[in-house]
Design a protein around this ligand. Structure first.
Ligand code: AMP
Length: 285
């Protein structure tokens, strides 16, 4: 049996509820999302339910993290289906604010993101992380949870959030959960539903490219240029021509490496048709 989570739209109601739970000694877990939920999001909710007495998911398509030319207007909004899925995970509460609740008239304060936001996504999507840090810090104020859960799928985002809470002394633990993939390797993403059948096939090249890097590492390859060139050729062989970046980076600073000589991450961003996809894989020497 699954019961629908309670939907809350009001900031003050949300804050009250969290404080009351914490007064009773309950641990509160937060899962921020933009909705259009899939098994990747649900894995975060499952982890929250395992680690906390109270699990709260937020669903908010945050306008400030989209550039004017990006997909804010067409971003999938599937609230009824999302609530059904959250019910199956026994999520306790869902915070679904309106854009006006989050950004009332006169809103003008933003969180300047940390240095780790500058490369990669920061270059391709210059306003993105400022929107992310701002909305996540606001959500941490509205839902002062004990712990918040993020996905490794958005590797740089998780690094940005970790740095932000450390720099701003926000009293919340950050847990990063593994990327959930389709059976054929495609990292789950709300944007996968934009893909045509042919593009869905092409998109498999991202995870194939990551695994090519891993295979080469297993064979002893440590040169970043060789690893990156091989990954790029997997993408181009699949017909992917709009590659934004393919890199081997230091796992903490995200600085580009020339050699795989420390714990690293391989990061990919590219367009499959008109859909921008990202993926990553941890790689150690
Ligand atoms: P989004 O709704 O895309 O903003 O994602 C909300 C949260 O879910 C973020 O912390 C994402 O990193 C995480 N997430 C998205 N896709 C996946 C996935 N395939 N596996 C694990 N976590 C994910």
């Amino acid at each position: 049996m699954s019961s629908r989570p309670i939907v809350i739209e009001s900031i003050s109601a949300m804050q009250r509820l969290v404080r009351e739970a914490q007064r009773k000694g309950e641990r509160v877990g937060l899962v921020p999302t933009m909705g259009a939920l899939h098994a990747g999001h649900l894995s975060l909710v499952q982890t929250a339910k395992q680690q906390c007495e109270l699990a709260i998911t937020t669903i908010f398509v945050n306008p400030t993290q989209f550039a004017p030319h990006e997909d804010l207007a067409k971003y999938p909004r599937t609230l009824a289906a999302d609530l059904e899925l959250l019910a199956t995970e026994r999520c306790d509460y869902v915070f679904v604010p309106t854009p006006d609740t989050m950004y009332p008239p006169g809103f003008s304060t933003y969180v300047d993101p940390p240095a780790v936001a500058q490369p990669w996504e920061g270059v391709c999507r210059p306003v993105h992380f400022r929107g992310v840090t701002t909305v996540v810090q606001k959500l941490f104020g509205i839902i002062p949870a004990d712990v918040a859960f993020f996905g490794q799928k958005d590797f740089q985002q998780a690094a940005v959030i970790r740095r932000m809470v450390a720099d701003l002394n926000t009293p919340i633990e950050i847990v990063v959960c593994p990327t959930v993939r389709e059976a054929d390797g495609l990292a789950m993403s709300s944007r996968n539903r934009y893909l045509s059948a042919a593009e869905r096939e092409q998109a498999l090249a991202l995870s194939r490219a990551l695994h090519r890097a891993e295979l080469l590492r297993n064979q002893g390859e440590r040169n970043a240029t060789k690893l990156i060139d091989e990954m790029k050729s997997v993408l181009t062989a699949a017909g992917i021509t709009r590659i934004e970046y393919v890199t081997l980076a230091d796992r903490d600073s995200l600085a580009e490496l020339t050699e795989l000589d420390r714990p690293a991450v391989v990061l990919i961003a590219c367009f499959v048709g008109s859909t921008r996809l990202i993926d990553n894989l941890l790689l150690s020497p």
